[in-house]
Design a protein around this ligand. Structure first.
Ligand code: MG
Length: 379
């Protein structure tokens, strides 16, 4: 015997908090799908995202370091998996729907262009006259329009709740009945903060690993000092080889702990008792304490000043984005060179948007290869 979907949905009603999203109460999908025998709606969403081509390509996209420059630096894919892991931890601790938080986390960066933020800025610059480019909006285009595998429609036909989570910064947030809402679900808010926790910690880790940041520099960052002290309390004799990894572990743990306890208190104080009340709440209920927010801001400032704009990072990106520009122009001049699926969208989406969609989907290496092919064809 296996557990039926109805039983799983019932388990959620019994176990989850009253303000958690229940898969049995999902607001549905744009295209009606027959319910599955033993998978909940959010389990299906998660599977659809993991089995998409855009998800697989995250493996070849830059997080901070150009993809392939180091053997164990984070990529967009490993970043995404870390966000999903933190999301599950926080969601479970707060009695929220883990499957939903995980699905949102797995989809949150699907729209990222190659070459990290430098790539996004460049694509936005060339697309300015045609509506610009933003990776959050692009993630929605990927799951609603660009992925092609299900019969009868374009996109992955994800549930309203996952789309709501991907939309995150869009102010025109509406329920299917048209009513305007202030906030997304708590699961979506959790995935958002998990993203922040994850990049702080792994960017520090990779920056130190690469030798672009030093422990000495970090002594000016209070969060780092606290994590070092905590590591020392937990393990008096720490092998120097384990030091960095264990301090990072302590830092993540402290961030998650603050998020969970602060959010639990805010939820209690707000007295929300349903998802609807969460969505109508004037402010977000998931968040850090004031002290942690301040320290996170200091860390972010430190990372910008010493890491993201470091010549070894930003210089490489600037050079590669020039190629992005060349590839964009080449496809606009020769749209027949676009992939088959992209060419099918040309008429409806317009030339520049189709080219931007195509380039945004590329891995770093595919863009480099395309740029090399274009320059050979021209010479
Ligand atoms: Mg992210």
């Amino acid at each position: 015997m296996f557990k039926t979907r109805e039983q799983l949905e019932n388990d959620e009603r019994l176990i989850l908090s009253p303000f958690a999203v229940k898969s049995g109460e999902s607001l549905g999908r744009a295209h009606r799908d027959k319910p599955h025998a033993y998978r909940t709606e959010f389990q299906r969403d998660r599977a659809r995202i993991i089995h998409s081509a855009a998800f697989r390509r995250l493996d070849g996209k830059t997080q901070v370091f150009l993809n392939g420059t180091g053997d164990h630096f984070r990529t967009r894919l490993t970043h995404t998996i870390e966000v999903a892991s933190v999301s599950r931890t926080v969601a479970r601790a707060l009695g929220l729907n883990e499957d939903l938080a995980e699905a949102i986390a797995l989809a949150h960066d699907l729209g990222h262009s190659p070459f990290g933020h430098a790539g996004e800025e460049e694509l936005d610059r060339v697309m300015k006259p045609f509506g610009g480019f933003d990776h959050n909006a692009q993630s929605l285009r990927v799951v609603e329009l660009i992925e092609m595998k299900y019969p009868g429609y374009a996109g992955l036909n994800l549930s309203y709740e996952v789309l709501e989570g991907i939309r995150k910064h869009d102010s025109s947030h509406r329920l299917p009945d048209g009513s305007v809402l202030h906030q997304p679900s708590l699961e979506a808010q959790v995935a958002d903060y998990a993203d922040e926790i994850t990049y702080y910690s792994h960017d520090l880790d990779d920056g130190l690993d690469a030798g672009l940041l030093t422990v000495k520099q970090l002594e000016t960052v209070p969060l780092w000092d606290e994590a070092v002290a905590e590591a020392g309390r937990t393990a008096r004799k720490l092998d120097p080889l384990q030091q960095r990894g264990f301090v990072i572990r302590c830092l993540i743990n402290a961030e998650v702990e603050d998020l969970v306890t602060t959010s639990a208190a805010a939820i209690r104080k707000s007295r929300v008792s349903s998802v609807d009340e969460v969505r109508r709440c004037p402010r977000r209920l998931i968040g850090f304490s004031a002290g942690r927010r301040r320290k996170n801001a200091q860390l972010r400032k430190f990372l910008y000043r010493n890491f993201y704009y470091h010549a070894a990072v930003a210089g490489v990106h600037r050079e590669k984005t020039r190629l992005l520009d060349q590839v964009f122009n080449a496809f606009c001049e020769n749209p027949h060179l676009l992939g088959r699926k992209a060419r099918k969208r040309l008429e409806k989406e317009g030339l520049q948007r189709t080219v931007a969609d195509y380039i945004a989907g590329m891995t770093d290496r595919f863009l480099l290869k395309t740029a090399a092919e274009i320059s050979t064809a021209r010479s």
